[in-house]
Write a protein of this length. Structure first.
Length: 601
């Protein structure tokens, strides 16, 4: 293995330039710890540990670069707060479906009952879903009675949460950037999150990606601090307890959090290599980690099968080729260029289990570009292995797990973005250094700035051309020039629908809707839902039943009439009913109809 490892000087040069500190290869110790390893040379763990000991603390970094944070971070927060205040919450009614709706129902149940057993309809069992994203927003649900105020408070808290995440991401990115360029890392971090469709979705809706990214990153930085100080853990109980709290929140938000223990183990291996602790300490640490995971798994035993079922479904119905292509062409490049998938003619994920690209020359070029970006990321991993082995192992172990969940791979990789930025920077530096050395310092700097400018302009152009996506994909996206008209259509349609529904008596009314929307008006206006079943005729006789057909985000709006007709036809299997139209509002991008449902006499 020794002949495969780059020298310390080579990697330091790649990461920092000629002026950086260099570390000697750690001597090989043979001890009881060697029983736990089979590799003959573990210097890569030693050099990684030594590198992390030299990293500036986050507090020092923020204090030194406070002007850059005030400028870029302040601009980021102000821009998003203006957007939160300016956009009518009714625009987000139609987006309160699937994950955001389930999280909101969980949080609402926690506020109302003290537990998270939430139902989307009165005649169904509580659904299994992670509850932490809803619990984190529950204080705002308790503080305000009106849904609009609750949502705005959640959005403002999301701005703070994401700004904090951007700060941590910028700090990690500076690990491989010369100190005089750190302000550019801060600017990049905030600009990336501002242009990213996935991050903006986390601003305006109660999603899981932002809190998971924040708590996993914070946990990693606490682990780095623990290893850097080299003090016994018993003297750092506050830091250890905080890290465990962050880990617990992360695990209850997304079940891939145990990979954090792998990060800690790889980083700690370097410290063990130097200090050679007793075998009992190592075994005790492993047992404690296993117990923490076992307790959290036991507490979520009923929720886990839902996610393992999703994984089995993808493995059974999709192909390994589709997973690989989605990862390499779409998901990884989207972590380097915000909104990269918007460049394609239509969303590459044709359905839940398949990836399809248009046959145009433009799409072929973007496929090649995506593969190239991913290749540079992996090159960066190889070049940085002597300094960033914990980050490399942590990311590589996550990739095959996240690649399986094709529809969510791009979102799930958001928590790994700062490390992917580092790998891409190191890989691109290795490729460009010979060219920049040949053209000279000033010309090289000019070329580098020009390439960054072109990339930024391309990202902005892609985002402006497809500012609001629909579920059907990029071909139906709304450009920035038409965003105002689109938002007004959605707002007026859904505001009118809410006003109509709230004139109905809540205690006597039940609503019926399609499964993705089921429960929407429960969180917005407090209405109960009923899922059609064999007792539907009895429920219709006892209550005022209303069928709500609505769309505001997907391709359903393009074929709304046929979809609406098919929706009503499904009632035939449960009996004979009449549908009296009582509300209708139809616009180009938002449509809603309400029918009074009665038994056919």
């Amino acid at each position: 293995m020794r002949h495969c490892l780059a020298s310390s000087e080579e990697v330091s040069s790649v990461l920092f330039g000629n002026g950086s500190a260099r570390f000697e290869r750690a001597p090989v110790h043979r001890s009881s710890f060697a029983l736990f390893w089979t590799a003959p040379d573990l210097s890569v763990f030693s050099t990684s540990y030594e590198f992390h000991k030299t990293i500036e603390s986050p507090t020092e970094f923020v204090r030194r670069e406070w002007k850059a944070f005030a400028l870029f971070g302040g601009g980021f927060v102000v821009a998003l707060l203006i957007a939160v205040i300016a956009i009518d919450p009714a625009y987000f009614y139609s987006r309160m479906a699937t994950d955001p709706l389930r999280y909101y129902l969980k949080g609402l149940a926690f506020v109302e009952t003290g537990h998270t057993a939430a139902r989307s309809a009165i005649n169904v069992a509580p659904f299994t879903y992670v509850a932490m994203p809803g619990i984190l927003r529950a204080p705002f649900m308790a503080a305000f009675q009106n849904f609009d105020n609750q949502l705005r408070a959640i959005q403002m808290s999301n701005v703070v949460l994401i700004a904090t995440t951007a700060t941590l991401y910028a700090y990690i990115l500076t690990w491989v950037i010369p100190k005089n360029y750190h302000r550019f890392a801060i600017a990049f971090s905030f600009a990336f999150l501002l242009l990213s469709p996935e991050w903006l979705a986390n601003v305006f809706l109660p999603l899981a990606d932002a809190p998971y990214s924040l708590f996993t990153t914070a946990c990693i930085l606490l682990v780095v601090r623990l290893q850097k100080l080299e003090r016994p853990l018993r003297t750092q109980l506050v830091v250890v307890a905080t890290a465990l709290v962050f880990f617990g929140i992360a695990f209850l938000t997304r079940f891939t959090a145990p990979l954090l223990f792998v990060y800690a183990a790889v980083l700690g291996a370097g410290r063990v290599w130097h200090r050679r602790p007793a075998r009992g300490i190592i075994i005790g640490a492993v047992i404690c980690a296993a117990l923490v995971i076992a307790v959290l798994v036991a507490l979520n035993w009923r929720t886990l099968p839902r996610y393992t079922h999703d994984v089995r479904s993808y493995l059974a119905l999709s192909t390994r080729t589709a997973m690989f292509v989605n990862l390499m062409v779409v998901a990884l490049p989207s972590q380097i260029i915000p909104g990269f998938r918007l460049a394609f003619s239509f969303h590459p994920i044709a359905d839940t289990f398949h990836v399809v690209f248009a046959s145009s020359l433009k799409d072929f070029a973007f496929v090649a570009a995506g593969m190239s970006i991913s290749a540079v990321v992996f090159l960066g991993m190889w070049r940085a292995r002597n300094r960033l082995m914990p980050e490399i192992v942590y990311t590589l172990l996550a990739l095959p797990i996240l690649a399986v969940l094709m529809q969510s791979t791009t979102r799930y990789l958001m928590a790994y973005q700062p490390f992917l930025w580092i790998f891409f920077y190191v890989g691109a530096s290795a490729l460009l250094r010979p060219l920049l050395a040949r053209v000279g310092g000033k010309r090289g700097a000019f070329i580098g700035v020009g390439l960054l400018g072109l990339a930024a302009a391309a990202a902005v152009a892609m985002r402006a051309s497809k500012f609001v996506e629909t579920v059907s994909g990029s071909q139906d996206a709304v450009p920035v020039a038409r965003t105002g008209a689109y938002v007004r259509e959605v707002v007026t349609t859904y505001r009118s629908l809410r006003e109509f529904l709230e004139r109905l008596p809540r205690d006597k009314t039940i609503l019926i809707s399609e499964r993705p929307n089921e429960g929407r008006w429960k969180v917005i206006s407090g209405f109960r839902y009923y899922r059609p079943d064999s007792a539907l005729s009895v429920a219709v006789a006892k209550h005022d039943a209303y069928l709500v057909s609505e769309c505001g985000t997907s391709e359903v709006c393009q074929q709304f009439d046929s979809w609406d007709g098919l929706f009503r036809q499904r009632f035939e299997q449960y009996g004979s009913f009449t549908f009296e139209p009582v509300f209708s509002r139809i616009t180009a991008h938002a449509k809603a109809r309400v029918y009074r449902v009665r038994n056919l006499q």
